[in-house]
Design a binder for this molecule. Structure first.
Ligand code: PBG
Length: 335
């Protein structure tokens, strides 16, 4: 409450008064979730006509490129501004040097080209991290048993350029190496890709809530150890502000806080401190928890997905990555 507001008290003041009718609750609502706030993460797999359910994410499937194109057309019809692509790569193509990540004809790049051709008006976000391509399951290169920073930044910059050349609109480094935003901006500019946006996963925590995602892209089994030497400690907030400040200084167009719901305090502080386009990711584990409870009849799915995303808006998110995007878009359209 702003300090200049005089103290008010019952019975003249009754905060229930405006809550009485639906029309009046609508008038005084402070935040509103809209389809414009949604980014839909989608998993891509090789093949034709392939739709593979993901056991730990009921309702979410890996799609081959032809089905991805149809899904992208559906998303555009619903008014969803952008999708984010995550490849589930053939294990035979995973190597310690992650070289498939920089192959201009890899699964992600082919998916980007196909979606752009079919639905040019839909924004495409590509994840920049080595984990889908790395036989060690890490987001960077493992050298002498450690995830090496500067060597990882080099290959991640090449990966971003390859994705941008395929036609992706936003590159989203989710790897948490130091210095990668500036290096990536320079690499894109040098390649004539000045208009490609950089969405930095600036405050990305070493979280157990990513479990189902690692099943979805098949990096979980490959992962040796954990990601605590590069992803943030869930105990920290001041450090998140520092991460964001540095990434902004290095040229990030937008920043991300991840995971979502358990980290709304971080999201709120980042938005308040910087006022920049700030996104959040309702991650796989959050989806799985809500889905599992709803499937048992313990939560009302439609209500809980809209409520959880509205909470992101209230905390300050400009947009949210959510696996529920098409369902939410349909619910919002139905009113
Ligand atoms: C990997 C990446 C992860 C997610 C997005 N990009 C997992 C990880 O860091 O291990 C998680 C998304 C989710 O859980 O939904 N670079």
């Amino acid at each position: 409450m702003p300090a200049f507001l005089p103290a008010t008290s019952f019975p003249r003041t009754r905060l229930r008064r405006p809550r009485r009718f639906e029309w009046s609750r609508r008038l005084v609502a402070e935040n509103r979730l809209s389809v414009d706030d949604l980014v839909w993460p989608v998993f891509v797999v090789e093949g034709q006509g392939v739709r593979q359910p993901i056991a730990s994410m009921p309702g979410v499937d890996r799609l081959s490129i032809d089905l991805l194109v149809e899904a992208a057309q559906g998303a555009a019809r619903l008014g969803i501004p952008a999708i984010a692509l995550f490849p589930s790569v053939d294990p035979a193509l995973k190597t310690p040097d992650g070289r498939e990540a920089v192959n201009p004809d890899n699964l992600v790049c082919r998916a980007v080209r196909a979606v752009k051709r079919a639905v040019p008006e839909l924004g495409i976000v590509c994840d920049v991290a080595l984990d889908p391509f790395n036989s060690d399951g890490h987001d960077g290169l493992v050298i002498d048993g450690h995830v090496a920073n500067d060597e990882s930044v080099d290959i991640l910059c090449r990966m971003a350029v390859v994705q941008a050349e395929a036609g992706c609109d936003i590159v989203a480094p989710s790897d948490m190496m130091d210095g990668r935003i500036g290096a990536m901006r320079d690499a894109l500019d040098k390649a004539g890709l000045q208009q490609v946006q950089v969405l930095s996963y600036a405050a990305k925590y070493a979280s157990a809530f990513y479990g189902p995602f690692r099943d979805a892209v098949g990096s979980g089994g490959a992962l040796k150890g954990d990601k605590k030497t590069y992803q943030m400690d869930p105990a920290n907030t001041e450090e998140a502000l520092r991460e964001v400040a540095i990434d902004v200084a290095e040229g990030a167009d937008m920043v991300m806080v991840k995971p979502g719901l358990p980290y709304l305090d971080v999201l709120g502080r980042v938005k308040e401190a910087f006022g920049l386009p700030t996104l959040a990711y309702q991650v796989s584990g959050e989806y799985a928890m809500m889905r599992a409870a709803a499937d048992r009849g313990w939560l009302d799915w439609n209500k809980v997905i809209v409520e959880s995303l509205t909470a992101f808006k209230r905390a300050g998110a400009d947009a949210v990555f959510t696996y529920t995007a098409p369902e939410v878009a349909r619910l919002l359209a139905a009113g």
